[in-house]
Design a protein around this ligand. Structure first.
Ligand code: GTP
Length: 346
């Protein structure tokens, strides 16, 4: 069973971080999420991937190549125009096994694929949709299931009290290739809005199976932040976070941290980071690899990607900075979300 990772969307809601970056390449704990995802799936025995790229495809291709470094095979499919979540699957048809996995590459999760596959094999449907529970389903497509786990209908964005369940589509599917007969070629098609309802109408067998563990769609800035706070709080665990010291701080390798720096946990510091005297970092901050933080910087609830430079006296609160940002001395930034190299002079 190979896996198709959908990674071609524009990520408009996560701009400006995704202005020049595919959303699945956004850093999560200082690594592109797509890398965590491939490692997570590889641990479950999936070693053959197809990545459906469109927005800045070369960034994904240059990072992963043939997948050799991760011990997996990676091939790519390309779209001239956006084909949507189902159109991208149809476009990958020549690469897909008779039974395959589809994963939205912007979903941060720790779902196990084997129970999903076993359920699919037992029930004989055309598709098994991984489902997750949310407290407030009013922003999502909610499913109504029968007692066998077959999906009877989807209710889009139900009003309070009108949701048939609080189970939503988790963006992870096991599919049989016969599904592709129902997806038109070379036009934008949405799997959620068009293909799944059509399959239900034609009684092809659309089943739902609840996945376990952490699940969060990184589509918005709020949720992107929340993923990091959940990681720092250990509500979600990633295997690559490294060593957390007795004070609740993760510090990477080759860091040069002045003895007068105060960390307020939880804080995650990448590799090769320099932090100057009397700076206060945390609570809830993630500093990327090769960042430089000057003296007397105050940094709370902030996520900084690799190679950022915060000059002395800077105050940062609840910010997200993309790669290579330079923040001029004594700037005070609250809730700033910025990307691309930018020098702000004092
Ligand atoms: P927004 O523009 O913020 O809505 O984000 P998005 O369209 O990138 O993501 P959305 O949540 O709508 O899509 C779910 C997943 O499918 C993401 O991993 C996207 O990268 C991917 N995706 C969405 N549309 C396409 C498409 O047309 N082609 C491909 N290959 N992938 C897509």
């Amino acid at each position: 069973m190979n896996a198709l990772l959908l990674a071609g969307g524009l990520g408009t809601r996560l701009r400006p971080l995704t202005e020049h970056l595919p959303k699945p390449m956004a850093l999560v704990a200082n690594r592109p999420w797509l890398e965590h995802l491939i490692v997570h799936l590889k641990q479950q025995g999936i070693a053959d991937f197809v990545i459906a790229v469109k927005h800045y495809p070369e960034i994904i291709q240059n990072h992963f190549g043939t997948g050799e470094k991760w011990g997996v095979r990676i091939r790519y499919t390309f779209e001239k125009a956006l084909l949507g979540t189902a159109g991208a699957i149809k476009n990958a048809e020549p690469f897909l096994d008779d039974r395959f996995l589809v994963v939205n590459a912007d979903i941060v999760h720790e779902a196990e694929m084997i129970p999903l596959l076993e359920f699919h094999n037992q029930h004989g449907g055309a598709v098994t949709i991984g489902l997750t529970t949310v407290d407030d389903p009013s922003h999502y497509g909610v499913v109504e299931l029968d007692s066998q786990g077959e999906i009877l209908r989807f209710v889009e964005k139900p009003r309070p009290g009108e949701a048939p369940s609080n189970l939503i589509n988790a963006g992870i599917y096991v599919m049989d290739k016969r599904v592709l007969r129902h997806i038109p070629k070379q036009r934008e098609v949405s799997i959620e809005r068009e293909t799944f309802p059509l399959l239900i109408e034609r009684s092809e067998g659309v089943f739902g199976k609840t996945i376990s563990g952490y699940w969060m769609d990184m589509g918005t800035k709020e949720r992107y932040r929340q993923i990091h706070w959940d990681l720092l709080n250990r509500a979600y665990r990633l295997p690559h976070l490294g060593h957390q010291n007795e004070n609740g701080i993760w510090v990477g390798q080759n860091c040069d941290i002045d003895s007068g720096v105060l960390f307020i946990p939880p804080v995650l510091i990448g590799d090769n980071v320099k932090i100057g005297e009397r700076s206060v970092i945390g609570p809830f901050s993630v500093i990327g690899n090769d960042c430089v933080i000057g003296k007397q910087v105050r940094c709370t609830e902030t996520i900084m990607w690799d190679r950022c430079y915060a000059h002395s006296g800077v105050v940062l609160n609840n910010c997200i900075f993309g790669y290579d940002l330079e923040i001029g001395a004594k700037h005070i930034l609250h809730e700033a979300v910025m990307s691309r190299a930018e020098v702000m002079q004092a």
